[in-house]
Design a binder for this molecule. Structure first.
Ligand code: SF4
Length: 355
């Protein structure tokens, strides 16, 4: 296997790029030009950086690279409005990203790890186990894949409006790299994505939630809850042994109190497992009594998407609606998620690293 050891420019912050160019004896404005090319023009190779002298372009090509993911397949669904990319790392480990285009917005769902150590039973990625933490550059690169696709004239919208960290992996398990990627994407002199455009989804890692509460950047937070009581949640999500529901909700309550920001709870509905009217009632009571203001929470109900090889079933539509009713009876704001990409294995919990 050939390993490319050249550093990935997408990993560099603005300051680090200035430092690299200084080591090369280049003035600071060259770093600024390269940074603009990388993060505003989304240049995929030094050749595209035509405002640089040829000698500098050649040196960049010889000693650095832009991106380290190899795209091995792109699948289209929903009449071309959903695209799923399968990338490979140098050792062949999979990374998947999904672009979803709507009339008024375009969202990319990004992976933060290859595989995932969390082993949630309903999730295809969990079955791969943990393979790698992604670097900041590899997280950024997935976003730029989507942003470049959106330039095609066939789309009505050409600007990426949202990046959700809900692909493969648990972002808070790779916190530093995930957060460094957000800094790069958010930089007003670079890609300039607004803080509110980001949503990070966690399985419920309490230290990560507490850390995000201290963060100045108002990134949206989504919590995968999926069950209203501990035994069931532990059976579905082993992480619940470490951070049971009570600890999780108290961290979320502290987060909302400190930040004043609204959180969403994700609840995947599995037929006759976690979708009964009694469980809706239990969940409604749990959230109402959690101390989190109902104006600062929202429940997303996600009808489960088929994952081959699991004995789980998808909730019938009427059970989904009854569940929603049950939460509304407690005054909990709640919607049923509109699904995308089911037929190409790009929907929530389906990312399995297979083409
Ligand atoms: S649902 Fe998320 S946290 Fe759980 S195994 Fe899948 S990727 Fe990991």
């Amino acid at each position: 296997m050939h390993i490319d050891s050249r550093p990935d420019l997408l990993n560099y912050s603005r300051a680090q790029l200035v430092e690299l160019l200084a080591q090369w004896g280049q003035p600071a404005f060259r770093a600024k030009q390269i940074y603009r090319q990388l993060h505003v023009n989304l240049a995929a190779s030094p050749e595209e950086m035509t405002d640089l002298p040829k000698s500098l372009r050649d040196r960049l090509a010889a000693e650095t690279r832009i991106g380290s993911l190899v795209c091995s397949a792109v699948h289209e669904g929903d009449g071309g409005l959903t695209r799923k990319a399968l990338f490979k790392l140098a050792d062949g480990s999979p990374v998947e990203s999904v672009l979803m285009v709507y009339p008024d917005r375009a969202t990319v769902c990004v992976s933060s790890q290859s595989g995932c150590p969390m082993a949630c039973v309903f999730c295809a990625t969990g079955k791969l186990g943990f393979l790698h933490d992604l670097t900041p550059g590899q997280i950024v690169e997935q976003v730029y894949w989507a942003a470049r696709l959106l330039r095609a004239p066939s789309f009505d919208i050409h600007r990426l409006t949202n990046a959700v960290f809900m692909g493969m992996g648990e972002p808070f398990n790779n916190y530093a790299n995930w957060r460094a990627a957000v800094d790069i994407l958010h930089d007003p002199d670079g890609f300039n994505m607004g803080a509110r455009s980001f949503t990070v989804s966690t399985v419920g890692l309490v230290p990560g939630i507490r850390k995000l509460a201290e963060d100045e950047l108002p990134i949206n937070l989504a919590i995968s809850l999926h069950a209203p009581e501990d035994d069931l949640r532990t059976a579905m999500m082993p992480v619940n042994k470490r951070y049971p529901i009570r600890d999780l909700l108290s961290a979320v309550r502290d987060y909302t109190e400190k930040t004043g920001r609204r959180v969403s709870f994700e609840y995947v509905l599995l037929q006759e497992k976690n979708d009964s009217p009694d469980q809706a009632d239990l969940l409604g009571r749990l959230l109402r009594e959690s101390g989190i203001r109902t104006t600062l929470m929202h429940v997303n109900l996600i009808p489960w998407n088929p994952v081959p090889g699991t004995p789980l079933g998808r909730s019938h539509r009427r059970r989904v609606l009854a569940f929603q009713e049950g939460l509304h009876a407690h005054g909990i704001p709640c919607t049923v998620r509109v699904e995308r990409g089911v037929e190409i294995g790009a929907a929530c919990g389906q990312l399995a690293g297979t083409s």
